[in-house]
Design a protein around this ligand. Sequence first.
Ligand code: BGC
Length: 264
Amino acid sequence: MSPRSTDAFGIDFGGTGIKGAPVDLVRGEFAAERVRIKTPDPSTPQAIAEIFVELLASFPDATGPVGVTVPGVVRHGVVHSAANIDERWIGTDADTLFTKATGRDVHVVNDADAAGLAEVRYGAARDRRGLVIVTTLGTGIGSALVHDGVLIPNAELGHLEIDGHDAESRAANSAREREDLSWEHWAKRLQKYYRTLERLFSPDLFVVGGGVSKQSAEFLPLLDLDTEIVPAALRNNAGAVGAALYAAESSESAGSSGSAGRQG
Ligand code: BGC
């Protein structure tokens, strides 16, 4: 399905910052300068909803559907996990909460799934067929499985158990920072992580996103894999761009077939 609306709005809700901007869905880029607001602590659903209201008020001309990323499992608008955010999110119907609070047509999607959609449509995995695994290396490890352009939502491959550990606790960028690891040391952990993914999924391409992908030249060449592995192209904008794309497509399919077209 190709996007028709060109004025969807994307909001990327992360553990440290909330970023939002209107998105040009033809080009896959921000249509205006984004606004960033520090994530409140605690990041309760109500506190976040209030920030979204404020954020949307800064862009009165952007009237289209709104896509929101959440760093947790999202099924039919309901958040089911909260590894790195306030645990009060678990069980929250975020679609309904944000739609009521903002009076807008809001669609919520897992952050890595949003990044995956954006990379496949506009970025490093554009025009690639087969299985693409997009991973985001940040506070946690996010993952998106996209097969022939179709997202299989909520893969949660950051929580694979490797050597008795939750993979993200050792291989996320936050582990590199926390333990002050050299690129070489961190790359050894990444090597094990991507080898495990390779063994389990036989993907055609890995895309590596998250803020640290800016420094991919420091660690990607240290990996020895059978699968091609490339840095994300949209960098930190992938979440918001992907969320806007998701919202536009969810809104279109709801318009044409009730809510049957909604995913995860
Ligand atoms: C969460 C995922 C999320 C990832 C990146 C993980 O801890 O379980 O849902 O995509 O972090 O934020």
